[in-house]
Design a protein around this ligand. Structure first.
Ligand SMILES: Nc1nc2c(ncn2[C@@H]2O[C@H](COP(=O)(O)OP(=O)(O)OP(=O)(O)O)[C@@H](O)[C@H]2O)c(=O)[nH]1
Ligand SMILES: [Zn+2]
Length: 345
C-alpha cells in the first residue's frame, strides 16, 4: 500500500499505535508558567496563526494574531486549526515576532479522515468543532448522495452534529432531495442566490451562532459564496496577516477558521477537503451511523456483516420501513462496508 503524501496541513497519525511504549514523561520538562493561551486559526507549512485574546499576557493587551512554530518538546504531535494551545516567546503580535507553541490543550472533538478507506494514516482535519456543515448543490453540480452519506458517518463518528446546506435552490427544487433525507432527521437549510438577494443565509447564520462549524463541500457547490456571505472580511484579515509577516501566504489548500461578525461563532473553511476516507471508523460501528437502517438489524443473524444474503436489511427496506430512500441508503451502507474492508468492485 502506498502512503499518499498530502500537501494539506493536517496532522498524520498512525491509527494503530506502535507497540513500543511511549517515552516516560521527563520530570524536568519546563513548566512554562508564563505561557499564554491562544486559538489556532490557520496552519501553513509549519507556521501557525494563533489568535490571542484581549487582556491575555497582561491587562490592556489588545486581541492579536501571533505567528508561532511548534516547540521541539511537542515532538511529532500535530497541531491543527481549532486547537487551543499555549504559547511562549513573542506573543505581542509584533509582525516580526515568533512565538512557540509549548502545549496542546486536550481536544473536545477531532474530525479525521484518511486518504482512502484502507489507508492506515489518519489525518486530523480540525479539532474542537461541534458541527459539520455539509454543503451540496441541488443542481450544477448534481447532489452526490453517497458523498453525503459518507460525510454523515464522519460527522457522527467525530461526535459533530451534521447540518445539510442545500444551495442553488433557484436552479432546482429541494423537495425530492428533502424527501430522500427526511427519515434521517438531519437539520437542513436551503439557500439560493438571485435577484431577491441571498435566500437562506440568515437561517444558516442562526445555526452557526456560538458554535464551531466545519464547512465541507465539493468544488462548485457554492461553499465560498456561503462563507463569503457569512464572513465578509475574515479571509482577507487572515491573508493580510500572512502577507504582512512575509512567512508564506495562506494558501487555499488548508483549513482556516473565520470568526463570524460580532464574534458569535466560528466557520472553519476546508478548501482542500473534498471527501472522507473512513479507514479510522470501526467497521462494526458504521451501521450505528445509519439510524434509519440500524433498527432493521434486529432480525439479522448473529454477527451479520449486513452485506450478506441472510441480512435482514433487504426485507426491512423492501417493507418501506427505512423510508423512500431505503434502497439507496442500503446501497450506500454496503458500498461503505465494502470500501472499508478493501473489497472494492
Ligand atoms: N444559481 C446559483 N449559483 C450559485 C449559487 N451559489 C453559488 N453559485 C455559483 O456557483 C459557482 C460556484 O460557487 P463557489 O462559491 O465558487 O463554489 P465553491 O463550492 O466554493 O467552489 P470552489 O471555489 O471551486 O471550491 C459560482 O459561479 C457561483 O456564483 C446559488 O445559490 N445559485
Ligand atoms: Zn444484517
Amino acid at each position: 500500500m502506498t502512503r499518499r503524501t498530502s500537501d494539506y496541513d493536517e496532522s498524520d497519525v498512525r491509527i494503530r499505535p506502535s507497540r513500543r511504549g511511549s517515552r516516560p514523561r521527563s520530570k524536568d520538562r519546563p513548566a512554562h508558567e508564563d505561557a499564554v493561551p491562544g486559538l489556532v486559526i490557520a496552519v501553513d507549512r509549519g507556521r501557525y496563526t494563533v489568535l490571542v485574546a484581549k487582556g491575555v499576557g497582561g491587562k490592556g493587551n489588545p486581541e492579536r494574531i501571533v505567528t508561532a512554530m511548534k516547540a521541539r518538546e511537542l515532538g511529532r504531535k500535530g497541531i491543527v486549526v481549532g486547537d487551543d494551545v499555549e504559547l511562549v516567546g513573542d506573543t505581542t503580535g509584533n509582525p516580526d515576532g515568533l512565538a512557540r507553541i509549548v502545549r496542546l490543550t486536550p481536544r473536545r472533538s477531532v474530525l479525521r479522515r484518511t486518504a482512502d478507506d484502507t489507508d492506515p494514516v489518519e489525518r486530523v482535519i480540525v479539532s474542537n468543532a461541534d458541527q459539520l456543515v455539509i454543503v451540496t448543490a441541488l443542481a450544477n453540480p448534481e447532489p452526490r448522495p453517497r458523498m453525503i452519506d459518507r460525510c454523515l458517518v464522519a460527522a457522527y463518528d467525530a461526535g459533530l452534529d451534521p447540518l445539510l446546506v442545500l444551495t442553488k435552490a433557484d436552479l432546482a427544487d429541494a423537495d425530492d432531495f428533502l424527501a430522500h433525507y427526511a427519515p434521517l432527521n438531519v437539520r437542513y437549510i436551503v439557500t439560493a442566490t438571485g435577484d431577491s438577494g441571498f435566500e437562506g443565509l440568515e437561517a444558516l447564520h442562526e445555526q452557526l451562532v456560538d458554535r464551531i462549524s466545519v464547512f465541507i463541500g465539493h468544488s462548485g457547490v457554492g461553499k465560498s459564496t456561503l462563507v463569503n456571505g457569512l464572513v465578509p472580511d475574515a479571509r482577507r484579515a487572515v491573508g493580510v496577516v500572512n502577507d504582512f509577516t512575509g512567512r508564506g501566504r495562506h494558501t487555499s489548500s488548508s483549513a482556516v477558521a473565520l470568526r463570524l461578525p460580532e464574534g458569535a461563532g466560528w466557520v472553519i473553511d476546508t478548501p482542500g477537503v473534498r471527501s472522507f476516507g473512513l479507514a479510522h471508523v470501526d467497521l462494526a460501528r458504521i451501521i450505528q451511523h445509519f439510524p434509519d437502517l440500524e433498527a432493521g438489524t434486529s432480525q439479522c443473524p448473529r454477527g451479520c456483516t449486513h452485506d450478506e444474503e441472510e441480512c435482514a436489511l433487504d426485507a426491512w427496506v423492501a417493507s418501506g420501513q427505512a423510508g423512500p430512500a431505503g434502497t439507496s441508503r442500503l446501497e450506500s451502507l454496503r458500498r461503505l462496508l465494502r470500501a472499508r474492508s478493501g473489497d472494492t468492485e
